[in-house]
Design a protein around this ligand. Structure first.
Ligand code: ADP
Ligand code: NA
Length: 344
């Protein structure tokens, strides 16, 4: 099989929660650990994307370093993967600009992420009025920056959630538009494909009709990867369930209970139905205690490693610097070809 180039990114907007872990980050570690000789793995902390929404500069700066520590703490290894800050490699923005100039506006207007931003900024009284102070140009074109993130490394495989599938399709479109516009000596970019990885959707502990999210106002609705043992216990104990006796796995009628089962199963690697069977004639108290133990088992290693790494600022800076150097070397080669083809 041909060597694969895997690329994925995560925004430095706070410590990841269990949803981010089971939906995305754990798959990065698996891809790394299952990589074949010759495969290239590139994982990026995408600070430029974070700027599309207002950020407190000091919080962003801290979140940026914390995210690197989290990625290392969960098992990404700088010897096997290139781990770096997107915002320290200007090749991303240079390629994004060139791609912006090849991107039809209509394609960006059709992005569901843009449409939901636009909807959210509509005046409540007059639907035709958009409050433009709530929108910025970065919000409109960030899918192009995302395409540049991927194409700068000629990535072939991109592990992303379903919510990002439309953006990945745009990346393929832009790769194809570029290839057909500038075909001097064969295509410049491979068309990146979606890596389907077994991932689990984790729901809010407080409102199991929505996903666990870092932006939900109630901090008790999510478990962060660095939460202490007692915080984890407390959050799980206060999770919303139902008053039905016994435990069954039924996401439709018992979403809160099913979510706890999902979390437990994700932690132990079991099937949800096997977990449900184990707790069939027990109550929510027993299930919650089991979930708390399983989460603790998963988090205790990464949490301790995160705390250790937080004190190793010199080491973190070195990892970031070396990652950026390796990333730049690869993307610079891509950009040399791109510049030559467009005539710059
Ligand atoms: P959030 O929604 O908390 O802001 P992001 O949008 O930054 O999280 O998502 C980062 C990654 O984590 C994406 O790949 C996304 O699909 C995944 N992810 C986010 N929330 C969940 C969840 N509750 N369950 C599973 N995966 C999730
Ligand atoms: Na989000």
């Amino acid at each position: 099989a041909k060597p694969r180039v895997v690329f994925s990114g995560i925004q430095p907007t706070g410590i990841p929660h269990l949803g981010n872990f089971f939906g995305a980050l754990l798959n990065w570690v698996k891809l790394q650990n299952d990589a074949r000789p010759g495969d290239r793995l590139i994982f990026s902390i995408v600070g430029w994307h974070a700027l599309t929404l207002p950020q407190d500069p000091r919080a962003l700066s801290t979140a940026r370093r914390d995210m690197l520590a989290v990625l290392l703490a969960i098992g990404l290894d700088p010897k096997r993967s290139i781990i770096f800050h997107q915002d320290s490699n200007p090749n991303h923005t240079e390629l994004a600009w060139i791609l912006n100039c090849l991107t039809p506006m209509g394609k960006l207007r059709r992005m569901t992420t843009w449409k939901s931003r636009l909807a959210a900024s509509r005046n409540a009284n007059d639907e035709s009025e958009v409050d433009e102070s709530l929108l910025n140009a970065g919000l409109f074109t960030y899918p192009v920056l995302q395409a540049a993130d991927i194409l700068a490394y000629k990535a072939t495989h991109v592990p992303v959630g379903e919510d990002q599938e439309q953006h990945l399709e745009l990346s393929r479109d832009l790769a194809d538009i570029f290839n057909r516009s500038f075909h001097a000596d064969g295509p410049t970019f491979p068309l990146p494909q979606h890596v389907i990885t077994p991932s689990r959707r984790v729901l809010s502990l407080k409102d199991p009709s929505s996903k666990m999210s870092k932006s939900a106002p109630d901090a008790n609705s999510r478990i962060l990867l660095t939460d202490s043992t007692s915080t984890v216990k407390k959050k799980i104990r206060s999770a919303v369930t139902d008053s039905i006796t016994g435990i069954t796995y039924d996401p439709q009628t018992r979403p809160g209970t099913a979510n706890l089962i999902t979390i437990l199963a994700a932690c132990t690697g079991e099937d949800t139905l096997a977990v449900a069977a184990r707790y069939a004639d027990k109550g929510h108290g027993a299930l919650k205690a089991g979930v708390a133990d399983a989460v603790e088992e998963v988090l205790k290693g990464p949490r301790a490693e995160f705390e250790r790494l937080k004190g190793e600022r010199g080491y973190l800076d070195m990892v970031a610097r070396e990652g950026t150097e390796r990333a730049r070397e690869i993307s610079e080669e891509t950009l040399r070809g791109v510049r030559a083809r467009v005539g710059l």
